[in-house]
Ligand binder design. Sequence first.
Ligand code: AMP
Length: 198
Amino acid sequence: MAPVSGSLQSVCVFCGSSDAADPAYLRAAGDLGRALAAANLRLVYGGGGVGLMGATARAAHEAGGKVLGVIPDFLVGKERALETVEHVIVTSMHQRKQMFFEESDGFVILPGGIGTLEEVIELLSWRRLDLHTMPIVFYNPDNFWGPLFALFQHTVDAKLTPAAFMDAWTVVERVEDIVPALFAGPKAGASPMLASLT
Ligand code: AMP
């Protein structure tokens, strides 16, 4: 895992693998890829060539940015692994996520489906356990992630999650605000949460 503090060099992007997604989301994914390249930030991602993930990686690569794809062997065909960028083939989803953590020092979440959700929940649950304090930025067009934030708040209201958890990420509405939000780091006031386990 990346150190708690340190310079931002590699950014992992979680996002959907569907080509049928809203074209505005696919365009935003491309814009993010170019923004990462322009900021000299390496993209770490799931290695596929489909959906928002493919759009992000192709745009970053074409703009001269560094890209690292991490894909499990059984998804190489299904997610059409991008052979044009540096990629690592692993043997399980767990290995893929472990590598995301080891190779990244910030995370961006674009619209996505159940796979994106799974990745996000692990990232946030590790934050809740103080296993990292890396910046996490949600791109939230049309309040796409609003229902998820409402569910988190629901668990806070029920006193099942510490209130500080709601400061563990930043939300932006515009793609051009993602990179500045990453460089701003974790939200001020984001506090250790592990003590609340007891
Ligand atoms: P989706 O949002 O469902 O389109 O999935 C986005 C990405 O998440 C795809 O590359 C999936 O392979 C990936 N994904 C789905 N489940 C997992 C998991 N358990 N661990 C790691 N990646 C996953």
